[in-house]
Ligand binder design. Structure first.
Ligand SMILES: Nc1ncnc2c1ncn2[C@@H]1O[C@H](COP(=O)(O)OP(=O)(O)OP(=O)(O)O)[C@@H](O)[C@H]1O
Length: 305
């Protein structure tokens, strides 16, 4: 299945919140829907779920208009909404049936997901008596109980300890391997890097960067290098580079242990290295900069107010 979101526009009153959001992904992959607080991620997801109607734009599945009620979608919203007074099993079966699953299937799927998320022992307990992390796991089990082809997870790791996070990471990987289509919204970039093949970064209601993470990283780190010296700390190295090597490079970012720099247009790595060797800088690290997703996110949307 190919899922395409094309040029979504949405206003609340006079205020336009989404200004043409577009992205695409295929079954068997996960896409990270990223952006700062208030960027428009939840609004986009709510349009996909038909909670809001877009003012303009289209959503296509395999080239045809996507009508959410005709599909099994597992949506884990950021604000959780289960029934605190009902038992875990009761609400799982209720939610599965509400989404069109037969009684026997609802019971079978509930058993499976409670077992898979290691919360079978709470099946007969009222939700409100469970810890926050276990409630979160029940919420996740409820999201998956209808066996959805499309899974939308909004901050699924919040409140989980490292062991439970690992269980959830494995579950997400299984969903991807099982050819589901996964949209994952999170501020925790390490999880996004762990299983998303692609990302779409929304900033002020516009997609400012999208595509395969591998390609984005390659492109982002192009012409950028990491430099450190044995005889200068980073601040001194930066000053020295500005003074003596400005024809070859522009210092971009001084980290604690190294400097990230960009080659000036037309300069090759070898030319910079030769120039460096003519200075008194004793080179410690000189290598291609491999940005993390966090670095890319901050560089792309970090400075705007
Ligand atoms: N029902 C609504 N009525 C009016 N404005 C809204 C409504 N829903 C969202 N907005 C506004 O739309 C903008 C985008 O909000 P949205 O919840 O989509 O952001 P987000 O990217 O999900 O943020 P966060 O990471 O904080 O969850 C915000 O300025 C918000 O105030």
């Amino acid at each position: 299945m190919k899922f395409e979101v094309k040029q979504l526009y949405k206003s609340f009153g006079e205020k336009e919140i989404l200004h043409g959001v577009s992205f695409a992904l295929e079954s068997g992959t996960a896409m990270g829907l990223l952006g700062r607080n208030g960027a428009g991620k939840t609004t986009t997801i709510r349009i996909l779920m038909d909670v809001f109607r877009a003012d303009k734009g289209e959503i296509l599945l395999d080239g045809k208009p996507f009508i959410s009620r005709n599909h099994q979608i597992g949506y884990l919203p950021e604000e959780r909404g289960l029934y605190p007074k009902r038992t875990v099993m009761e609400q799982m079966i209720y939610l599965a049936k509400l989404r069109g699953t037969s009684s026997s299937e609802a019971k079978k799927n509930s058993d499976y997901w409670l077992e898979r998320l290691e919360i079978t022992q709470y099946a007969g307990k009222k939700l409100e008596t469970l810890s926050k992390g276990n409630q979160q796991k029940v919420q996740l089990a409820s999201t998956l109980v209808c066996n959805p082809d499309i899974v939308i997870l909004d901050e699924p790791f919040s409140g989980l300890d490292p062991v439970n996070s690992q269980i959830l990471q494995d579950v997400v990987k299984e969903l991807i391997a099982d050819n589901r289509l996964v949209i994952f919204s999170s501020h925790q970039m390490s999880y996004v890097e762990e299983f998303c093949e692609s990302i779409a970064i929304i900033n002020f209601g516009e997609v400012v960067l999208s595509g395969a993470i591998k390609e984005i990283k390659k492109d982002f780190g192009k012409n950028q290098l990491v430099l450190s010296a044995e005889n200068y700390d980073t601040a001194a190295l930066e000053a020295k580079c500005k003074q003596e090597l400005s024809a070859y490079m522009i210092p971009m970012n001084a980290k604690r242990d190294y400097l990230i720099l960009e080659l000036t247009p037309g300069t090759t790595r070898n030319q910079l290295l030769e120039a460096l060797l003519k200075t008194d800088i004793s080179v410690e690290h000189f290598e291609t900069y491999k940005p993390s997703l966090n670095d890319i996110f901050v560089a792309k949307v970090g400075n705007e107010k």
